[in-house]
Design a protein around this ligand. Structure first.
Ligand SMILES: *Cc1c(COP(=O)(O)O)cnc(C)c1O
Length: 426
């Protein structure tokens, strides 16, 4: 049985396969480079686990207070070593990326301090954390002021705008690495490093924090290796490797991490409490698998960029652009494209493949949204998923894919649906 005849069982015909063939050929040097980065990061993670002396006993969890949890301590040491930081807080009690970011900020800011976003408007969910959108319990309510440095005309970090947005009371400057669901480019670790050096030159007293969501293991270095005091992210994105069922991390200087631990639990208890129950094997194994899972997701993103770019749709990043996150956008210019894309991704899923996603109203959105996710972990965007608001310019965002063959199937299936519905012609 050939691969092509297996694809035909998914309704994917010769036309789509023949169209994909030269695109995949052309991508092969990029895939080789992606594999090389994954290999480097795999070694980094294994080395970190060995240096942290991870043994079978680390995989047992604790209950109750969670005192003397050697598995939790070993996991935190593993993250700190892999991310080249003094310390790390890695906990299932950190519920998501937004929580990890909010925790890091609330723990390291005091009333009267200022927060600066150096990378323009923050990810949507941070608006209520900061108090840009009024919200009970926001940083604003605790007397923390906010300023924002807009990006330059090309969507790059702007030293001039950062200089102008710095205040005497600025305590923390945040750089959001990934574009999230905005139109700007993602910042490479190199660019982030240059920006940190610039901030340090004028204000060496400022703590620099990176929203590292979607960025982990896409490059050989993390922002913590180019001067960031803290990097923060979610375990149901890259560093959970698809296996972590929940959790978030904060890795950075001892003082920043210690403050976060005291805020997560309480002063006096800090990191000494927090039962890990049964999740440690998934958190360790997920971190172990993360570099290759990220590579698979990146290949899927590149394939989507190659295929839809060749069909004349606007893709971002472009097929040859450097990548520093796992997100790919495709702009279709019509609702049918967004819908077919998401339905194709869903139809390729191992879970819920028989569900056909439809655009619907969502709280917090001013237009209908369509989402495709057939995931083992609910809401996991390390697993192949796609979504987009159904409004002009009709852009869909795709991310994740734990294995390259699955990501490939998702893109092929979306192409086939587009062809069947006359949205594209091959
Ligand atoms: C996903 C994401 C967040 C928020 O994470 P959640 O887990 O969805 O709360 C914050 N910033 C960026 C850049 C993200 O991609």
């Amino acid at each position: 049985m050939t691969n092509n005849s297996m694809y035909s069982r998914f309704g994917i015909g010769e036309k789509v396969l023949a169209f994909a063939e030269p695109i995949l050929q052309e991508l092969s040097p990029r895939f080789a480079e992606t594999d090389r980065i994954a290999e480097y990061n795999q070694l980094k993670v294994i080395r970190a686990m060995q240096e942290a002396h991870v043994g079978e006993a680390n995989l047992m969890g604790t209950t109750g207070y969670g005192y003397d949890d050697i598995g939790r301590d070993g996991l935190e040491e593993t993250f700190a070593r892999a991310f080249c930081t003094e310390d790390a807080l890695v906990r299932p009690q950190i519920t998501c990326g937004t929580h990890a970011l909010a925790l890091a900020l609330m723990a390291n800011l005091r009333p009267g301090d200022g927060l600066l976003y150096a990378s323009g408007a923050p990810y949507d969910t941070m608006e209520e954390v900061i108090g840009i959108r009024e919200s009970a319990g926001s940083l604003a309510e605790y007397g923390i002021s906010y300023s924002q440095a807009e990006l330059d005309g090309e969507g790059r970090l702007s030293p001039e705008n950062i200089r102008a947005a710095l205040r005497d009371n600025t305590r923390i400057a945040v750089i959001q690495r990934s574009r999230g669901y905005s139109g700007r480019p993602t910042f490479t670790v190199e660019e982030i490093g240059a920006c940190i050096r610039f901030i340090r030159e004028i204000r060496p007293d400022i703590t620099v924090m990176i929203d590292n969501c979607y960025g982990e293991f896409t490059e050989e270095r993390e922002p913590s290796e180019v001067g960031a005091d803290m990097i923060v992210g979610s375990l149901i994105k890259n560093p959970g490797g698809g296996l972590a069922p929940t959790g978030g991390y904060i890795a950075g200087t001892r003082i920043c991490v210690e403050n976060a631990a005291r805020r997560l639990t309480s002063p006096g208890l800090g990191r000494e409490v927090g039962a890990t129950l049964g999740v440690l094997p998934s958190l360790y194994q997920g971190f172990f698998l993360a570099p290759t899972a990220v590579a698979s997701a990146m290949k899927g993103a590149m394939f989507a960029a190659g295929a839809y770019g060749a069909l004349g749709f606007e893709v971002s990043p472009g097929v040859t652009d450097l990548r520093s996150d796992i997100i790919q956008s495709v702009t279709f210019g019509n609702p049918e494209g967004v819908i077919a894309f998401c339905q194709g991704i869903q139809a390729a899923s191992p879970v819920d493949s028989y569900v056909v996603p439809q655009p619907d109203d969502m709280p917090g959105y001013d237009s209908q949204v369509i989402m495709a996710a057939g995931a083992f972990v609910s809401g996991s965007t390390m697993e192949l998923s796609a979504d987009g608001p159904v409004r002009p310019p009709y852009t869909v965002f795709m991310q994740g894919g734990l294995t390259w063959p699955h990501a490939k199937l998702g893109v092929l299936k979306s192409l086939q649906l587009m062809l069947d519905r006359g949205i594209i012609h091959l």
